[in-house]
Ligand binder design. Structure first.
Ligand code: CDP
Ligand code: MG
Length: 889
């Protein structure tokens, strides 16, 4: 429907959203007086003792308890007819026996936090309670939809489907929306969606007028989206409450329910900037059977192989009960599944010859025989040890019982995902191989054995480059507990951890840190601005980053042209926000499509992100330690020195190969290396020959491919004529080399330096004389002025830079752009800059137009950038189409 909206409507919506936001945020900052709340105990601890069928007569037909009118929504009860089977299974859920209490607290409070173990029925039941209480009903008194957000798409779709089944005659009132896929109708009353979808809705409808309740599920995961969502919703609640009390208002108050699988909710509850007062916390005690945890003796390195062995052993030797395996991603899951399939899932019986060869004592672990307790044992002294020792690889796949093998990961088609909820065929043992989604989002019935790799694929960030990647990491101890808990839902169970208790104690964090505190702040601020949240410093984060960092991030973003002078996102900023990268690199990629430079720019971004691939022991410059020369050296030392000299010479010759494109630019040298690596036949040999770190080169190449994918998905035509992308970039033409320099400068226009001798300041010149060696530059501060503090402003060209290379007869460039400023580790306060790209003053002025840099010729009067009357467009080719240089087109 958004596509059919005309441009004017869209702009109007956006402007309205903006106004509301500014209004809401300002207002809520003023009104520090807490919203008046009902006197309810802050913690309502309930124990699910018996599954008590609900007595309908207890529920009043009309709920309109009115002590605090701003929080009460007048609703009319709705009856849902479910099948007998569904009703019975619902009765077993701890949340259902607490319906009345939960609804009472929800009715009387604008925001409620609900904690309950995975599988207690939060996600599937609470929306139904609300629906029955009349929250989702439509009509003249329409209070609006019930929205439920999930961090994962799998969960949004599968939970919606489950609810459809449960709600019987009201199935068509359930819908879902995820990115690129929506199943919502006008009559949808309960809407499941990813948190990203609701954030996008907020950008156009800040008051969420279509909703009466929003449930933020899986809040314990603390994704950036969840945190931002809770921050915004805290404001929407207040604004809706205030508006509902205005004379003749038709607006109704909004309810917020935060649901968590853990009790760690203090960031939402105790943070007074969010809701003014602490929202009540409802804890649901779920019945949980004891789970025996077995640690491995040694931590597995090839965990997929070890998982395979473990599953085989469980399947061969242990009593019935489903197996749930935790791995990190689709690749691993498929690998394991195909191995297991070969062993256990032979379809034709002639093909399959069970050979039961149990060496040693046969171990039968009956649930009753085993001393189940929630104690954690090391494998050494556990009953399972014998089971461990008596087994060998030979007997893998020797049981006659077939395995009902099901993978579960987010990219799996929905119909496949939903299979995990169906009972396995008779005589089959269920084995689900899942990602983290089975940790708390999805409860699979009938699991008795959990095999935990201890790993998770986590979004991680390089603080310096802002590059996001998914890395395989250790889970937290809290996650490990959650995973073992999955084995104790239907009866006593076992959890096999493929890591030792020592590793668990030493290497595992207690909790997973909130993503917002791990991610580089510039990227987050850019994303928030892209959601039209203009005042990030005042934003009510559950765990706020330091406001100084937020301000610095805003400054950098305006420097890059991503924000306008009012701090609002520009068109350029919007394009940049599409890249999961540091905003600098995002800008380079955004404007990198000019002159066919994109493949080169992608390579450069990959290279700069990973860091220099050159072996550091050699550098192009002479060693700086002059002292050495004076010492009398022993033969051995002389020999070593000779050897080193020879290696250095070789290194130098090798490096020369890469300096042909541009003898004065480190960045172009890096580009040459990357491209040559792509063409090289034997990568190992190539790295040896040219003094490169193979690991770094591989990483660069991997990132280059990933970035290419991202760019292709953002703008398929950007990467080349006919939309086809050349896998191997050809040699750039001279016009492209010029453009590349400018594109790099556009990403780092706030990191410029001017050669010290060009600065007409006697004191600086005097000071520069103090440096005996090296080429000295004066760093231009972001304000466009020269740094006032002399110690801070003089920087030496790092010894690894090609600018130091003495054989080139080229003049040392006047202006350069640097990526990194490093302080020497020794006692001296010297500052080095690397890697460098020369840039002309004119280009710098144009490319950094959005920054005050244009004024930097004023105070010190060094070579004033020349701006001719007909513009620089002929010279400066990369005048961006995006905002920055509008006057130059
Ligand atoms: O959200 P929470 O973890 O508290 O529990 P839930 O997801 O609402 O699940 C409640 C129960 O419904 C569990 O026993 C699930 O196994 C079951 N369920 C199901 O049988 N089929 C589904 N598609 C989803 C849930
Ligand atoms: Mg849930």
């Amino acid at each position: 429907s958004e596509n059919t909206m005309d441009e004017d409507t869209r702009q109007d919506l956006r402007a309205r959203g903006d106004r509301f936001k500014a209004w809401a945020i300002e207002r809520t900052v003023e009104t520090s007086a807490p919203v008046q709340l009902l006197e309810l105990p802050l913690e309502i601890v309930s124990k699910a003792t018996s599954s008590r069928p609900r007595d309908r007569s207890e529920t009043p037909e009309e709920i309109s308890v009115s002590l605090n009118p701003s929080t009460v929504i007048k609703t009319t009860h709705v009856t849902v007819t479910r099948t007998q089977e569904i009703e019975e299974s619902r009765m077993l859920l701890p949340v259902v026996s607490e319906e009345q209490r939960i609804m009472e607290v929800i009715n009387h409070n604008p925001c409620v936090v609900l904690c309950g173990q995975t599988g207690s029925g939060k996600t599937t039941q609470v929306p139904q309670f609300l629906y029955e209480a009349g929250y989702g009903s439509l009509g003249t008194d329409n209070p609006g939809m019930i929205g439920i957000t999930q961090p994962r798409r799998v969960a949004a779709v599968s939970m919606a489907s489950r609810l459809k089944t449960e709600m019987g005659d009201a199935a068509d009132r359930v819908g879902y929306q995820i990115r690129f896929d929506s199943a919502c109708q006008p009559e949808t009353a309960i809407k499941f969606m990813t948190d990203g979808v609701l954030l996008r809705e907020l950008a156009t409808d800040f008051l969420l007028t279509r909703y009466s309740v929003v449930i933020v599920d899986e809040a314990h995961e603390r994704s950036i989206n969840t945190d931002i969502l809770i921050g915004i919703l805290s404001r929407v609640l207040k604004v809706r409450a205030e508006m509902s009390q205005e004379e003749g208002s038709t607006t109704r108050p909004l309810k917020l329910i935060i649901m968590s699988a853990t009790l760690r909710v203090s960031d939402f509850v105790e943070n007074k900037t969010l809701f003014g007062v602490s929202p009540p916390v409802i804890k649901i005690d779920a019945r949980q059977f004891p789970v025996t945890t077995h640690f491995a003796k040694r931590t597995s390195l090839k965990y997929v192989d070890d998982v395979y062995k473990k599953v085989c052993k469980i399947h061969n030797k242990l009593p019935p009960g489903g197996i749930l395996v935790f791995l990190t991603g689709q690749g691993e899951i498929r690998q394991l599944c195909s191995k297991l399939k070969k062993s256990f899932c032979k379809t034709s019986s002639s093909e399959y010859t069970p050979k039961v060869r149990l060496s040693g004592r046969e171990v039968t672990l009956e649930a009753e025989d085993v001393d189940f307790g929630n104690d954690i044992q090391d494998e050494e002294n556990s009953e399972a040890e014998e089971f461990e020792e008596s087994s060998s690889d030979e007997m893998l796949g020797c049981t006659s019982q077939p395995l009902h093998l099901l993978p579960l990961y987010s990219l799996l088609p929905t119909s496949e995902q939903l299979k995990v909820f169906q009972a396995p065929p008779t005589d089959h043992r269920l084995c689900v191989v899942a990602t983290n989604v089975a940790e708390t989002s999805i409860t699979i019935p009938g699991i008795r054995y959990v095999v935990d790799s201890g790993k998770v694929k986590e979004k991680s960030y390089n603080r310096d480059t802002g590059v996001q990647s998914y890395d395989v990491k250790w889970i937290s101890r809290a996650s490990a507990e959650q995973r073992s808990g999955r084995a104790g839902r239907t009866g006593p169970g076992h959890c096999y951890r493929l890591y030792s208790s020592a590793v668990y104690e030493r290497d595992f964090n207690e909790f997973t840190m909130a993503e917002i505190n791990r991610a580089p702040i510039e990227g987050t601020v850019l994303q928030m601005k892209n959601m039209n949240i203009d005042q990030v410093v005042k934003f009510p984060f559950p765990t706020p980053p330091e406001s100084r960092h937020l301000r610095e991030a805003e400054e950098l973003l305006s420097c890059l042209g991503a924000l306008d002078s009012d701090g609002r996102i520009t068109e350029l900023g919007q394009s940049m926000a599409a890249f999961p990268l540091s905003p600098r690199f995002a800008k380079m990629l955004t404007i990198g499509g000019q002159h066919g430079c994109l493949p080169y720019v992608i390579s450069i971004v990959a290279g700069l992100s990973v860091g220099s691939p050159f072996l550091e022991e050699f550098s192009l410059a002479e060693p700086l330690d002059v002292e050495d020369e004076k010492q009398v050296l022993t033969n051995e030392q002389l020999c070593k020195k000779e050897q080193r000299k020879r290696r250095r010479k070789e290194f130098f010759v090798a490096q020369q190969q890469f300096m042909k494109l541009d003898p004065m630019s480190d960045v172009l040298k890096l580009l040459s290396v990357i491209c040559a690596f792509i063409y090289s036949q034997d990568k190992q040999e190539f790295c040896e020959k040219f003094f490169l770190r193979p690991k770094a080169m591989e990483e660069i190449d991997k990132l280059r491919k990933q970035l290419t994918e991202i760019v292709l998905s953002n703008s398929p035509v950007a990467l080349g004529r006919n939309g086809t992308y050349e896998k191997k970039p050809s040699l750039p033409k001279s016009v492209q080399i010029k453009a590349i320099r400018q594109i790099v400068a556009a990403g780092f226009s706030d990191q410029a330096a001017v050669r010290a001798d060009l600065v007409p300041s006697e004191s600086i010149k005097e000071f520069a004389k103090g440096f005996k060696k090296g080429i000295i530059y004066v760093v231009v501060a972001r304000s466009g002025q020269l740094e006032t503090c002399l110690e801070n402003c003089l920087a030496i060209v790092h010894s690894s830079s090609v600018i130091n290379c003495k054989t080139t007869r080229q003049a040392v460039p006047d202006y350069i752009i640097y990526q990194e400023l490093v302080r020497s580790s020794g006692g001296s306060d010297r500052v080095y800059i690397k890697p460098l790209t020369p840039i002309s003053a004119q280009h710098l002025t144009i490319l950094a137009k959005s920054t005050p840099l244009i004024t930097y010729s004023k105070p010190l009067e060094y070579p004033r950038p020349v701006v001719s009357s007909d513009g620089m467009s002929r010279e400066c080719m990369v005048v961006p189409r995006y905002g920055v240089g509008k006057g130059w087109e």
